[in-house]
Write a protein that binds this ligand. Structure first.
Ligand SMILES: Cc1cc2nc3c(=O)[nH]c(=O)nc-3n(C[C@H](O)[C@H](O)[C@H](O)COP(=O)(O)O)c2cc1C
Length: 170
């Protein structure tokens, strides 16, 4: 499958199963994530793997969007130590973490699994439940699982602004 085919095949899968995911698949997801580039190679991010039933129960207290899965990843960005652009003091921690998260999301698709990038979660509550996450900007939760047999994209999944609108030739 070409990259374009993979990118187009991905959709926000909101009906997952709790069928266990092979450890070698999880390893490949994480390898894809750490292959992501970061500004000045600072790599100031953490991926938490929410795996144990206890941890998963806590995650469910912070977001309703786990879609039936039994595994999830949380991605966090740490400003401290990330690249600061000197001209405007822009800190790149969240940009870096978003690239890592995107690698992870597309690798999930590549492994025949499903996910949705979830931004709707109570971040302060998450940090209270998982003190390890304090000091991070939490940018994404990815519930991961094999898609349910009747999983399908949202009706608006194909809606995209046209190239003529989003690309500006100068
Ligand atoms: C940063 C970000 C946050 C999102 N948060 C949520 C969320 O909390 N819950 C949800 O169901 N979908 C969430 N989504 C999924 C988007 O709604 C979805 O990507 C968009 O509607 C396009 O659909 P598609 O992913 O099927 O192409 C999020 C996506 C992104 C990129």
């Amino acid at each position: 499958m070409s990259f374009l085919e993979l990118a187009k095949a991905r959709y926000s899968c909101r009906k997952l199963t709790d069928k266990p995911i092979e450890p070698e698949k999880v390893e490949r997801l994480l390898q894809a994530a750490i292959a992501a580039p970061t500004a000045k190679n600072a790599q100031r991010y953490t991926i938490w793997q929410i795996k144990s039933p206890e941890a998963f129960d806590k995650l469910k207290q912070a977001t309703p969007y786990t879609f039936g899965s039994a595994l999830a990843f949380v991605v966090g960005a740490q400003k401290d130590g990330a690249f600061d652009r000197p001209f405007d003091n822009k800190n790149f921690a969240e940009v870096d973490a978003a690239i890592v998260a995107t690698h992870l999301m597309l690798a999930i698709q590549d492994e025949g699994l499903g996910t949705t990038w979830v931004g709707w979660f109570d971040a302060p509550k998450m940090q209270q439940l998982f003190p390890e996450m304090q000091g991070y900007d939490l940018i994404a939760v990815f519930p991961v699982g094999y898609p349910a047999e009747d999983a399908k994209p949202h009706v608006r999944h194909e809606d995209r602004r046209p190239l003529s609108e989003v690309v500006v030739e100068l």
